[in-house]
Write a protein that binds this ligand. Structure first.
Ligand SMILES: *[C@@H]1O[C@H](CO)[C@@H](O)[C@H](O)[C@H]1NC(C)=O
Ligand SMILES: *[C@@H]1O[C@H](CO)[C@@H](O)[C@H](O)[C@H]1NC(C)=O
Ligand SMILES: *[C@@H]1O[C@H](CO)[C@@H](O)[C@H](O)[C@H]1NC(C)=O
Ligand SMILES: *[C@@H]1O[C@H](CO)[C@@H](O)[C@H](O)[C@H]1NC(C)=O
Ligand SMILES: *[C@@H]1O[C@H](CO)[C@@H](O)[C@H](O)[C@H]1NC(C)=O
Length: 694
């Protein structure tokens, strides 16, 4: 709008500068001429602005497309604060810590996490110091960004029943032992150790002058009065190399989202938040596995076991919900099932279908194909094309392996509209989308609530009621006049110190907890207690060891690059040489053919099978099974596998194996869900092995 007004003024100024030939008063005719000329100039300029604005918009698209093709959604970089003679001494997405994780375990509900640069669907941005709270989207309200506290698990009644604190400690250790060993036969720990999936969510929001704090943290907030103010501060810090000492500036880009009437740019503001979702199911610990980041390990010379308990460790989720790990599997996996529990910006009440281009998105692995509720985060779906029979599988994005998307109706999310015509009938579709990637899995334990000394919680630090906690120089000392008088949101110590046998785990400068402190109980007795908030790794528990409760699983931006993929293959060849020896083109020095023959059996290849139709409409689909898949099938298990696409469709098969005359045979007993034994186009149930290197 302002731009247009400015141009009109400029046009007038230009017109006014034209030499005036006579001094005689202007005739009506000449005024009309001038007006017409002015009108023409304004029209021309409007056209030019329209073209330029459009080019600006396309420039942003061009940049996003470039980023999208160069990497996946995920973390790219953390702040560099150390270095050395090797490139890997300076942090990338990981340094001494992955995702800048640290502990604020003296806080009631704070998860320590510093700044990082991330990419979501081609949009690169930099966060503030995150330190997010354990909050989840609201279960019933649909207001934009309405959240509620993630409920803390209860303390096992078997612990509460014990008469003395010492007995409670002993019993509580048994529960931790059961969880650590994942043995729920004697003590079913599952209702009391609950996994929560926290995620990073981003979206283009409709522009408003006032800055929306994306999510609350009791320690950090964006230190700017408006979006404009934030942009100026970020520009200055990038120009001068400074930072806000509290790390409270975020770089959040803007974009021209639409051109109203072809000229007026409608600007959208990128914003992000971190929220959590308490998983509806248990996630056994063996579904998580540490990823070998060599740069991080080499930098600190850590063996993999030590690394996995360090703050630099990141984890991946078993693609299949199974005790054994599957390596090469179909892309839809356990992570998809977990993320599909997470709602988009319509919160849990959201229920939307995506019917863009007259083709409804269906659930990916559905028993009875229902339209997928796109108000929840998902990657994979199936579509039916009116022209082709059957359905075909798709995933959101072109090359981005990690992006989850959800649709929303929130007016604060910038919409986009498209017009599509089929057989002369035109329809317009307006949709609003948000993006997410998983951030970390936090196992919540009964320690948040367990309070055997019955210490009074006096609310939010800073309120009147909580002031007595530190009143008169009380600092947590073990003397009566130094001990905290009760606990508060930022002084949350109530776990008996003897529960742990060690005091601290790995420490770094961002941590805020004090180890063991003195706190007065309701009767004024000093109790020795440890902090009860979220810790990455718990201090040593006698007879059990150190237990990890935070498992960062955020994907890496660079994993989407061709170089990374080649490097990852090479890394496996080098790091697991005996296992992959048969993949070498020439034997490494010192390895003889006899050694190779002995090692050989460990490499198993994929198996390729196909299913064909009897006659007419003839076509085949292939499925690929990894060595691990085949192992599982041979144990009598079944699995859902999606076939390749052929004749414009694919099938979802329930595959099984059985032994026939000493040979394994593979077949399916369900096609495209719906309880049907046969596919709609009559494929044979037996699968033919067309490639098997064993
Ligand atoms: C776009 O043009 C239409 C018709 O000329 C007008 O009614 C509308 O107000 C314009 N929109 C904007 C945002 O200027
Ligand atoms: C979502 O809406 C559809 C109809 O639009 C309905 O059939 C379905 O039951 C709804 N799902 C939920 C979870 O409410
Ligand atoms: C499911 O099966 C029924 C009966 O067998 C059939 O009428 C229906 O079209 C099937 N639905 C899908 C989505 O294949
Ligand atoms: C501790 O705080 C309570 C109020 O919460 C107060 O009544 C009590 O006197 C305080 N105790 C000491 C020793 O200051
Ligand atoms: C080792 O692998 C090679 C290539 O896969 C194969 O030709 C050879 O027979 C294998 N040897 C043994 C002992 O399995």
């Amino acid at each position: 709008m302002k731009l247009l007004a400015l141009c009109v003024v400029l046009a007038m100024a230009q017109a006014a500068r034209k030499p005036v030939t006579t001094k005689a008063p202007p005739t009506l005719e000449s005024v009309v001429d001038q007006m017409n000329e002015l009108k023409k100039t304004v029209e021309e300029m409007t056209g030019t602005i329209g073209t330029l604005s459009r080019q600006l918009m396309l420039q942003q698209l061009n940049m996003e497309e470039r980023i999208r093709s160069e990497g996946d959604s995920g973390i790219k970089q953390i702040r560099v604060n150390s270095g050395g003679t090797k490139a890997y001494h300076a942090p990338s997405y990981v340094g001494s810590r992955f995702l800048s994780v640290h502990d604020h375990d003296n806080n009631y509900r704070t998860i320590g996490m510093g700044e990082f640069i991330a990419v979501l669907n081609g949009v690169e941005f930099r966060t503030r110091h995150n330190d997010y709270g354990l909050k989840m989207p609201h279960r019933t309200r649909t207001t934009f960004h309405a959240v509620e506290d993630v409920p803390y698990p209860e303390v096992p009644p078997a612990v509460l029943k014990k008469a003395t604190v010492q007995e409670q400690i002993t019993e509580m250790r048994e529960w931790f032992k059961a969880w650590a060993n994942q043995d729920y036969s004697k003590r079913d720990y599952r209702p009391y150790f609950k996994p929560t999936l926290c995620y990073l969510e981003g979206a283009w929001t409709t522009n408003s002058k006032s800055l929306d704090e994306p999510f609350s943290s009791d320690r950090h907030h964006i230190d700017a009065s408006s979006w404009f103010d934030l942009q100026e501060k970020i520009r200055f810090t990038s120009y001068s190399g400074r930072k806000s000492s509290l790390e409270n500036y975020a770089y959040l880009p803007t974009t021209v989202m639409n051109l109203l009437n072809g000229t007026i740019p409608q600007v959208a503001q990128w914003n992000y938040r971190i929220a959590c979702h308490p998983l509806k199911r248990d996630l056994p610990l063996n579904r998580l596995r540490v990823v070998d980041d060599l740069a991080a390990r080499m930098s600190y010379k850590r063996r993999i076991g030590v690394h996995s308990l360090s703050r630099a460790a990141r984890f991946q989720i078993n693609p299949r919900d199974s005790n054994t790990w599957s390596e090469r599997t179909s892309s839809y996996g356990l992570l998809d099932q977990l993320m599909e529990e997470v709602p988009g910006k319509d919160n849990y009440a959201g229920n939307l279908t995506d019917d863009a281009f007259e083709s409804t998105a269906y659930e990916y692995y559905a028993k009875d194909s229902k339209p997928i509720n796109v108000a929840y985060y998902h990657r994979y779906f199936r579509t039916t094309d009116r022209d082709a029979m059957g359905t075909s599988s798709q995933h959101r994005g072109y090359a981005d392996a990690n992006i989850f998307m959800a649709m929303t109706t929130q007016p604060k999310i910038a919409p986009m509209t498209v017009k599509s015509c089929k057989k002369g009938v035109c329809k317009t579709y307006t949709q609003r989308w948000t993006y997410a990637v998983p951030l970390e899995v936090i196992y919540m334990t009964p320690l948040y609530r367990w309070n055997p000394y019955d210490i009074e919680f006096k609310g939010i630090t800073g309120t009147r009621r909580a002031r007595v906690v530190t009143y008169g120089g009380r600092n947590g000392g073990l003397e009566k006049d130094r001990a905290f008088n009760g606990t508060a949101s930022r002084i949350y110590y109530q776990t008996p110190a003897e529960f742990f046998s060690g005091t601290t785990t790995e420490k770094d400068s961002a941590d805020t907890s004090k180890g063991i402190v003195g706190v007065l109980d309701k009767n004024g007795v000093v109790r020795r207690v440890a902090s009860s908030g979220t810790k990455i790794v718990l201090p040593e528990i006698e007879g059990i060891g150190r237990l990890r409760t935070r498992y960062p699983v955020m994907p890496i931006h660079a994993e989407g690059q061709a170089t990374w993929k080649e490097l990852a293959a090479l890394k496996d060849l080098v790091m697991e040489q005996p296992r992959y020896l048969s993949m070498y083109n020439e034997l490494p020095v010192g390895v003889s053919a006899t050694m190779l023959a002995n090692l050989n059996k460990t490499v198993a290849s994929d198996m390729l099978l196909e299913t064909s139709t009897p006659s007419g409409n003839e076509h085949t689909h292939t499925i690929r099974l990894s060595a691990e898949d085949i192992e599982e099938l041979k144990q009598g298990k079944y699995m859902y596998v999606l076939t390749s696409e052929s004749m414009g469709h694919s099938h979802s098969l329930r595959v099984k194996a059985y032994k026939r005359r000493n040979k394994w045979a593979y077949y399916f007993d369900e096609c495209d869900g719906n309880g049907s034994k046969r596919c709609w186009d009559g494929h044979r149930n037996m699968l033919y092995v067309i490639e098997d290197q064993e």
